[in-house]
Design a protein around this ligand. Structure first.
Ligand code: GLU
Length: 429
């Protein structure tokens, strides 16, 4: 069922292809078919458990009142509290939030952490809002959701355009309502407020761990590996830095405002400094500016799409020239693109595995908050590695045993785990 048009200006077939909820459904259906999932369980997991829409009145800096629309979707709480980020963007849709919530369910199940899946979104443009306006939106959004979120109910985290500061405001607002400090209400908080060491780099670090596993599996050496990274933010930027440090060659970085290329490798930390000074990755003296659309099709060993949804689709997937795709973003490949990539023999590490490092360290953060006892970074990173390597192995084993691609295998594994939890719990009536 399509709730609303995804993005304006697309023809009908692309609109369907780019609708993330339809993409999520297509993957779900394929995995459910292959598992022979019971019809009733299919109905339960095929729709989100709870969807909340809130209209958030906020006074802008110039004194005007504005109303912003926000969503929180809990796709499943079968395996534990709902878990997932909150994104702020002008084009957030309910279908997108529903899809992202369901991906969180599968993601948490793939890495076997005791959470369900949720996601939130507020339709707003952070680029034109002041810090004060963002704070008021965040606090009122949190207040509107008081009856639905909580450390044992639904635990938000950062996502696109939200960060540690946003999480600090949520934690404070929730705590003020509860008349007690409740730091386990959100993850991705600043360290001083109960955040976890290693959380900021966790998603990128998770990408590194699974990519190293994929290289091993395909008998490729990190030192001979050419990497193209799309997105140079919290996921792509950190993944590029860590991959570079482990010996891989970052030959191209693609951002929304341009791409830079050097066949001999780019040092992501130096590029970061260049961007901090100039405001853009372009014009970096150690690399050449190239067309950002074409950069995605460079010949490489690892492509890390870590920017946004739907960048690899039915009309460009055949131009991709890589051995491995490590999906740092959620939903960067559409469902029809999966088939084309499979025919080309690309080894895809699907988003629900590849970028699960973030939520895994969110889980560590939640555990530490509830214990009131904090771990050192070595312990966090070591436990993250263990979980990512185990999950990679589980997915690849499943793919080989069932003769399916990695994405279908990851969905099958996740569905099986979530369905089992529902069966054990039974249906409360
Ligand atoms: N937003 C991140 C994701 O999509 C992190 C979610 C979390 O830590 O709960 O995985």
């Amino acid at each position: 069922m399509i709730l609303e048009a995804t993005k304006p200006g697309l023809d009908e077939s692309m609109e369907r292809e780019f609708n993330p909820w339809l993409s999520a459904e297509a993957r779900f259906d394929e995995a459910a078919d292959r598992l022979g999932l019971d019809e009733g369980l299919r109905k339960i997991l095929g729709a989100p458990a709870l969807e909340v829409t809130v209209h958030i009145p906020v006074q802008l800096d110039d004194g005007r009142l504005e109303v912003f629309t926000g969503y929180r979707v809990q796709h499943s709480i079968a395996r534990g509290p709902a878990k997932g980020g909150i994104r702020f963007a002008p084009d957030v849709t309910l279908d997108e939030v529903r899809a992202l919530a369901s991906w969180m369910t599968w993601k948490c199940a793939v890495v076997n952490i005791p959470f369900g899946g949720g996601k939130g979104g507020v339709i707003c443009d952070p680029a034109v809002l002041s810090q004060g306006e963002l704070e008021r939106i965040t606090r009122r959004y949190t207040a509107e959701l008081m009856d639905f979120i909580g450390p044992e109910r639904d635990v938000p985290a950062p996502d696109m355009n939200t960060n540690e500061q946003t999480m600090a405001w949520i934690m404070d607002t929730y705590s003020m309502h509860k008349r007690a400090t409740m730091n386990a209400i959100v993850t991705g908080k600043p360290l001083n407020l109960g955040g976890s060491r290693g959380r900021v780099e966790a998603t990128g670090r998770g990408c590194l761990f699974v990519t190293l596993q994929a290289l091993k599996k395909l008998h490729l050496e990190p030192s001979k590996t050419k990497v193209v990274v799309q997105g140079f933010g919290n996921v792509g930027g950190k993944a590029a830095k860590l991959m570079h440090r482990s010996g891989m060659k970052i030959i191209c970085v693609i951002e929304y405002d341009g791409a830079v290329f050097n066949p001999n490798g780019i040092d992501p930390e130096a590029l970061q400094r260049h961007r901090a000074e100039t405001g853009s990755i372009t014009g970096y003296p150690e690399a050449e500016d190239i067309d950002k659309q074409e950069a995605l099709f460079l010949d490489c060993d690892v492509l890390v799409p870590a920017a946004k949804e739907n960048v690899i689709h039915s009309r460009n997937a055949d131009r991709i020239r890589t051995r491995i795709i490590c999906e740092g973003a959620n939903g960067p490949c559409t469902a029809p693109a999966d088939k084309i990539l499979a025919e080309k023999g690309v080894f895809v590490i699907p988003d629900i595995l590849a970028n699960a490092g973030g939520v895994t360290v969110s889980y560590f953060e939640w555990v530490q908050d509830r214990q009131g006892y904090f771990w050192n970074e070595q312990l966090v990173n070591g436990r993250l590695e263990e979980i990512m390597v185990d999950a990679f192995r589980d997915v690849v084993k499943f793919a080989e045993a069932h003769q399916v691609n990695n994405r279908t295998a990851a969905y099958m594994l996740a569905l099986d785990r979530v369905a089992f939890a529902i069966k054990l719990r039974g249906i409360y009536a």
